[in-house]
Design a protein around this ligand. Structure first.
Ligand code: AQP
Length: 332
């Protein structure tokens, strides 16, 4: 079975983009892959996280992942700061990756914006830690949203340079798995920006813990244009907000844009938003309820994360120890 690694940051409440672009695929992949799923709290602190909230956000995200269907008997689920192997390999990769490579990363440019001189150095080296997360397990497949494609190309560059510099075919090639019609869910207020936990406008994001009324309100208020829905995908050209809502509908019903437009083409957005909101509520309400149930028993939740971390450590430790040996560190 091929080994999968994927992570998600506890930098806020998980949202529909995380669910459709990543987590829903993670659940499906459990059937025929060896899956390692990680709540990446080390990544989260690359931007400021309130220390009073971070542990709860980590638990909240782990509970949401379990509620979405991650099965701790079938997969490993743990939080990143509990397994030191990630940090040891990330340091080596900091010394393998080149400044020029990181300078090209569009996520850094978007997140740093005009604050480039003031953001943390961790935000800049984030892709090196991400490469370490994956390669510490010799994972070869990484299910992610479309926004992470560039980081995975960089991880492959790092792996190749390590192998070349240290004269060993040690790290395998990584293949991104970008799945489904909603690999990039966009903000409900601006169809050119991705839906993001850190978006200041709460109205742009459907959170996995939103209740039915909140979901319906956010969808009603979602930005659209005055034209009715087209009957074919070509008619979505230049209409990013319409494309986004159709993509969400397609993902939730396991179809594609063409099938959604065959059914709803010609309708105004008022009617379409109503059916979309109903569909979202039917999908997300059980997840929100199960998350709350899991959070009420934090001892069990912490036990799952602790067990996952120990099993993850058992896989990563010999791989990272061998990388350190190749680098030439003294082992006494
Ligand atoms: N809008 C999105 N559409 C599709 N997939 C998405 N993902 C994130 N946003 C979308 C996918 O979710 C997984 C986990 O992402 P993450 O939380 O680790 O980091 P992120 O991509 O930086 O997510 P956010 O919401 O934008 O977080 P903040 O605001 O904290 O930076 C990844 O597989 C990602 O592709």
């Amino acid at each position: 079975m091929q080994r999968i690694f994927s992570g998600i940051q506890p930098s806020g409440v998980p949202h529909l983009g995380n669910y459709l672009g990543a987590v829903r695929n993670w659940v499906r992949l459990q059937q025929d892959h060896d899956c390692i799923y990680c709540v990446v709290d080390l990544h989260a602190i690359t931007v400021w996280q309130d220390p009073k909230e971070l542990a709860n956000q980590t638990r909240g995200l782990a509970a949401a992942l379990l509620a979405c269907g991650i099965d701790p008997k079938a997969s490993l689920l743990f939080h990143q700061s509990a397994v030191y192997a990630h940090l040891r390999l990330a340091w080596i990769f900091n010394c393998v990756a080149r400044m020029g490579w990181l300078n090209r990363m569009t996520q850094f440019k978007e997140k740093a914006g005009k604050e480039r001189e003031n953001v943390s150095t961790g935000l800049f080296t984030y892709p090196n830690l991400m490469a370490a997360d994956i390669l510490a397990y010799h994972a070869t497949r990484v299910p992610v949203g479309d926004d992470q494609r560039q980081h995975l190309e960089l991880a492959n560059d790092i792996a190749q340079k390590f192998n070349h510099d240290y004269g060993a075919e040690f790290f395998p090639a990584i293949e991104p798995m970008i799945l489904g019609p909603a690999a990039r869910v966009m903000s409900l207020r601006d169809g050119s920006k991705k839906m993001s936990k850190s978006d200041a406008s709460g109205q742009s994001v459907i959170n996995l813990n939103d209740d039915a009324d909140t979901i319906a309100l956010k969808i009603r208020r979602a930005k659209t244009d005055p034209e009715p829905l087209p009957s074919e995908p070509a008619g979505l050209e230049g209409r990013p907000e319409a494309r986004n809502l159709v993509g969400i509908y397609a993902a939730l019903t396991d179809t594609d844009h063409a099938a959604v437009l065959r059914e709803h083409g010609g309708k105004g957005f008022g009617a379409f938003k109503q059916v979309l909101a109903d569909l979202l509520v039917a999908h997300l309400s059980p997840i929100a309820a199960e998350t709350q149930r899991l959070l009420a028993d934090s001892a069990t939740l912490d036990g799952i994360l602790h067990d996952g971390a120990r099993k993850a450590e058992a896989i990563a430790e010999p791989i990272v120890a061998e990388a350190e040996r190749l680098v030439g560190f003294l082992k006494v």
